[in-house]
Design a binder for this molecule. Structure first.
Ligand SMILES: Cc1cc2nc3c(=O)[nH]c(=O)nc-3n(C[C@H](O)[C@H](O)[C@H](O)COP(=O)(O)OP(=O)(O)OC[C@H]3O[C@@H](n4cnc5c(N)ncnc54)[C@H](O)[C@@H]3O)c2cc1C
Ligand code: SF4
Length: 555
């Protein structure tokens, strides 16, 4: 039987892969998508409609296994996160790397905060002198943001903020009582307190139902009322008849034609049975998420590319960035004491944010460069998260928990790291995963700029609680481990100069014209905004560039 050659092979079905798959299939191209895990069945795999007291370990999971869980994992999602594929962390570094290898990747469980980046982010390098600019302007990418927003549905308001370009929005989520109080406190301090940009449907959208606020989005949505690729993009791609999705296909490397040096296909290992398979295509899109995409390229060594594929610049794996997350303050609002709770059930949703307000006019106004945002949380959640901050035991403790419900509030920060030579991914020469694929090794530490912002955010959170008439209880004494935010970016940065950048502005690698990168690897850094909407916008643009090139026979 002759070997089939697909038009495009896409590695990964998360935000980046999903967008590439849908766009390429819509254009009539024959796509083979490879995903390292299985498909999820929302009816069985999303267990969020069970009360924790109906679960054996009350939702926390088996105590004998709990210390192996990632922070995003619990009894509801046990088994849905990847633990089989090893990675290592270099001495002196810290990194937690929760991966969801099911079809849809992390979009199955993401937090849905979906803000646009702007020129304050893309041109930050020339603004403050720290690192290169992105090779695109906001004007160039804005139409792709609009199209991505329309596809996924984002709820928010037009805010006219200098750091956060506005988009095309569904109605915002309603503010909670606590938001009205904190908004006044923030107002006194000159800090914005606004509806977040949230890819959670406040109204029916593009055939998807509106959210009914059941409240546990972190365990997956069984009606598809927030954007994920298995609910939104993959069914559309499958409907075209142009998609072949191979699941449990763990990619080892991208194959190269030894004569032309062009990408010719992909080698993968079947999860069950560990059979080695090769699949061939006219072009390849690597969209396995930031760290994994770098790992695949670095593992794609050949005679022509002894340092890994698309790596003549030596930049593959470099410039790894992440959001520093941490609890910057918590306390309670006495104004709400005795208020009846009502099932707002949006406490699992990022209703509001305090978008970047630092260094807007002068990039060196503060002791740090760039800026961060803060997310306030609280409300009528099912579980009283603040219980561990209260003293007492038995009935007394329970009374106390009830007394404070629903007054407590908490804040966590979203602080972008600056690209640094110290932060990168390489291949561990000693360790292979269970499929015989050399493991990724993470090198990462928070830098001084991030720590200055963290201290600033702690002070701000305390000030906001007090200015709102609240009582401050405490704050985290150190940031979360790097990797915690799940917002990693960098490792295949884009830029015009092939000597210093891995891809061009379209995600097309400089060295191998029929190889594209379709995830946050191409970002030059992270910003105070989340990553996924930007992954969608940039990958939409890259995919259309690839389509045009294939049409013209230019790749
Ligand atoms: C709890 C949580 C909260 C989050 N909150 C937000 C938020 O509020 N806003 C935001 O913007 N982002 C948020 N994120 C991050 C967001 O989910 C990611 O930015 C986004 O999913 C990244 O898309 P991706 O395509 O790069 O990677 P992923 O979604 O991780 O998808 C990668 C895909 O590649 C596949 N893959 C990996 N390795 C291989 C291999 N070797 N072979 C074959 N396939 C492979 C995986 O199976 C997976 O399908 C959150 C994530 C989580 C988990
Ligand atoms: S709150 Fe809404 S989006 Fe979240 S799981 Fe429930 S229905 Fe889905």
């Amino acid at each position: 039987m002759p070997t089939r050659t697909y038009d495009v092979i896409v590695i990964g079905t998360g935000a980046g892969g999903g967008m590439a798959i849908k766009t390429l299939c819509d254009a009539g191209l024959k796509v083979c998508a490879l995903n390292s895990g299985r498909r999820l069945d929302p009816a069985k795999d999303f267990r969020n409609h069970r009360y924790s007291y109906d679960l054996k370990y009350r939702g926390f999971g088996d105590p004998r296994k709990r210390d192996q869980y990632y922070h995003v994992e619990n009894e509801y999602t046990a088994g849905l996160w990847e633990h089989g594929i090893a990675y290592t962390v270099a001495p002196g570094s810290e990194w937690e790397w929760p991966r969801c290898h099911a079809v849809g990747g992390k979009t199955n469980f993401w937090g849905r905060s979906a803000a646009r980046m702007g020129d304050i982010d893309f041109k930050a390098g020339s603004r403050d002198g720290s690192g290169p600019d992105w090779p695109v302007s906001y004007r160039e990418i804005a139409p792709y943001y609009s199209r991505a927003e329309r596809m996924i549905g984002v709820a928010s308001t037009v805010q006219n903020r200098p750091s956060n370009p506005d988009g095309d929005y569904l109605p915002p989520m309603k503010l909670r009582c606590l938001d009205y109080i904190l908004q006044v406190g923030c107002g006194k301090l000159g800090i914005p307190y606004l509806p977040d940009r949230l890819a959670q449907l406040t109204a029916p959208h593009e055939g998807h139902p509106a959210c009914h606020y059941c409240g546990n989005c972190g365990e997956g949505c069984d009606i598809g009322a927030f954007f994920s690729t298995p609910w939104f993009f993959l069914p559309l791609a499958e409907k075209t008849g142009n998609l072949e999705l191979r699941t449990n296909a763990v990619v080892r490397s991208v194959l190269v034609d030894s004569d032309t040096g062009r990408a010719s296909g992909v080698a993968y290992v079947e999860r069950d049975g560990k059979r080695e398979v090769e699949v061939y295509g006219r072009a390849v899109v690597v969209a396995a998420s930031t760290v994994e995409s770098a790992r695949i390229l670095l593992n794609s060594k050949s005679r022509q590319y002894p340092n890994g594929l698309a790596n003549s610049s030596g930049q593959v794996g470099r410039n790894l960035c992440d959001h520093l997350y941490g609890d910057t303050g918590w306390g309670y609002l006495p104004q709400l004491l005795g208020q009846p709770s009502f099932p707002d059930n949006v406490s699992a949703s990022q209703v509001v944010w305090m978008p970047r307000w630092q260094n807007l006019n002068d990039p060196h106004e503060e002791k740090f460069v760039r800026g961060y945002s803060i997310y306030p949380t609280g409300g009528c959640g099912e579980f009283p998260w603040y219980a561990e901050n209260l003293e007492g035991f038995g009935a007394d403790l329970k009374r106390n928990i009830k007394r404070y419900y629903p007054t407590p509030v908490a804040f966590y920060c979203q602080i972008p790291s600056l690209a640094s030579a110290a932060n990168y991914v390489d291949i561990d020469p000693e360790v292979k995963d269970i499929y015989g694929i050399p493991a990724a090794r993470l090198h990462f530490q928070w830098g001084p700029n991030e720590i200055l912002m963290w201290e600033h955010a702690r002070q701000v959170s305390r000030d906001v609680i007090k200015a709102s008439g609240g009582e401050f209880w405490g704050a985290g004494d150190k940031p979360n481990t790097p990797g915690y935010s799940l917002h990693e970016t960098g490792t295949c940065r884009m830029g015009d100069d092939p000597k210093n950048f891995v891809t061009n502005r379209f995600g097309q690698t400089h060295d191998v014209p029929n190889l594209y990168v379709g995830d946050a690897s191409v970002f030059l850094n992270c910003s105070d905004k989340t990553t996924t909407l930007s992954i969608l916008a940039f990958t939409l643009r890259s995919s259309e560039h690839l389509i045009e090139n294939l049409r013209q026979g230019a790749t």
